[in-house]
Design a protein around this ligand. Sequence first.
Ligand code: FRU
Length: 329
Amino acid sequence: LKDKDRIKIGFSQGMTTDDWRKQMNKSMRLEASLHDNVELTILDADDNVEKQVEDIERLIGDRSDIIIVSPIQSQPLTAVVERSVKAGIPVIVIDRKIGNESYTAYIGADNIEVGRNAGRYIASGIPYKEGKIKIVEIKGLKGSSPAHERSLGFGQIINRFEKLEAVAAIDGNWESESVKEPLRNILEAHNDIDYVFSHNDRMALSAWEVAREKGVENKIKFIGVDGLNTLNGGIQLVQDKVLQATIFYPTGGNEAIKLALKVLRNEPVSKNNILSTTIIDSVNADIMKNQLDKIDRQQASIENQLQKLSEQEKKYATQTNLIKILTFF
Ligand code: FRU
């Protein structure tokens, strides 16, 4: 691709009901708008795998130059990604994976490492308690790769320690409601739970709410994943002492657009592009917030400048038209 060519990037987003995905879309749009030859189309699958397959077919049909996909579940999206790559349209998979390696490149944090971090955090508290440390794990949607990988990494650490006992697990679906009933039942059967590890902060908050109903929210420590710097996001929940910790999970939105442009320019790219993750707790929550606030301010200022630029372009276009009309007479 020459630099002047118009570049069509299609993004198939699994859903946009939550702030994490809203941030992913926002950072993609911002990065795309920094390149005036890039046209970004985002299709939202509303958490419906059939719709997501159709969305990707549409992006193929519309002759996108490259497609980015955040697959709701792995298996149902594998074939359509394969079709796209075979048809000559490269595919970047972001955050969640498909069932095989037929994609062009993957970008996202290592979800096994996310799970391990949560396990390590709990293991680091071992000396402070007598007897077994009892843990409940709340998983993300079955069939979506972060749910599988976070659980795998978490288990790898937990199983190494005699003192840590996984008492129960809940198959959640990433959303708050899926946690409530099953956790109520677990807390009724066990009054000695020490930790709840939830695969994201939304479900962790929901778990905390259930514990509060039962008056045990201060006996249990809650760990989540995402660490968003938003209202009721993971960082605030840590600062408010609702969560003991959250494992930071970057969206990778702007990095995905940069990666897409590299692929289209035929620059060498890694097949797996791993973004870093880290534990956020009361020790570093303020520092993380400051850093992320700074990034937000920079983003806002870029948006502002882009807005002004486009207003000036419009003004300039009107003036040139006016001059054309005047010089005509
Ligand atoms: C957002 C989300 C995040 C989670 C990610 C996993 O839709 O549920 O909370 O970390 O998806 O793919």
